[in-house]
Design a protein. Structure first.
Length: 246
């Protein structure tokens, strides 16, 4: 007799859950985040789909602001990061009210990461600005999981790890780069069936080829070149799943 659907689904998603946990555990504990989000709490009171959609929209805005800061730092436009940081902090202030959603560890960690990011921007430290802004995208993706976003968590993980490849190839940390590729493979294995369900065979072939080339990469420059292709491909996959609403 076959396994029940719930068991099959849980098994298929287990590697992603473990990857999220492992990625976040490396950052360590953090102090509680301060902030006043009473106005947002009022907006979030309705239950069900309306509430989930509201939370997911706020998380998307937070992640989008973090990605913009990452891109500015990557391109050497640190002077513009400060204004984006203010927008990011406003997005983050919305999340005190979901402490009851099992995020009592993640949300304080978000507060510490934002503080680290602010210090990095103040010091004009490009790599740290990239690291902390990217970390925020991972936290946002993890907080979003219980609310069933239309974008699969695996896509967010691949996107996050594509940016990690950018960071650590610039830092010339080859041992970290190979570890990132291992995490990407686990996320990719669980994403593949979802692409097949969407009949996205071209995207599946392209990313499978890209993962093969990442396996063969030896030097930081190779990882850096391939990381840009990872980000192009994950952007394409985001469009597919957001359009389909699945």
């Amino acid at each position: 007799m076959g396994k029940p659907e719930a068991v099959r689904t849980a098994g298929r998603n287990l590697p992603v859950v473990l990857l999220l946990a492992a990625s976040l555990c490396q950052f360590g504990p953090s102090p509680a985040q301060a902030g006043n989000a009473s106005a947002v709490r009022e907006l979030a009171k309705p239950g069900g789909a309306q509430r989930a959609n509201f939370i997911l929209a706020e998380l998307d805005s937070l992640s989008g602001s973090a990605e913009e800061i990452f891109s500015l730092a990557l391109s050497g436009k640190m002077e513009r990061s400060g204004r984006k940081l203010e927008a990011l902090k406003k997005n983050a202030a919305a999340f005190d009210y979901i402490q009851d959603e099992g995020s009592s560890i993640l949300l304080p960690r978000l507060g510490r990461t934002i503080a680290d990011l602010e210090r990095a921007i103040g010091a004009k430290d490009r790599l740290d600005t990239m690291r902390y802004s990217n970390r925020i995208t991972l936290i946002a993706a993890t907080v979003a999981v219980p609310f069933k976003p239309s974008l699969p968590t695996e896509v967010s993980l691949l996107d996050y790890n594509g940016r990690e490849l950018e960071i650590w190839s610039e830092a010339k940390k080859t041992e970290k780069l190979s570890g990132i590729v291992i995490r990407m493979h686990l996320a990719w294995q669980t994403l593949m069936p979802k692409l097949i369900e969407q009949n996205c065979l071209k995207e599946l072939r392209r990313f499978s080829d890209l993962m093969g080339r990442l396996e063969l990469a030896k030097i930081p420059e190779e990882y850096a070149r391939l990381s840009r292709q990872v980000l192009v491909e994950t952007d394409a996959m985001k469009s597919i799943f957001v359009r389909s609403g699945r």
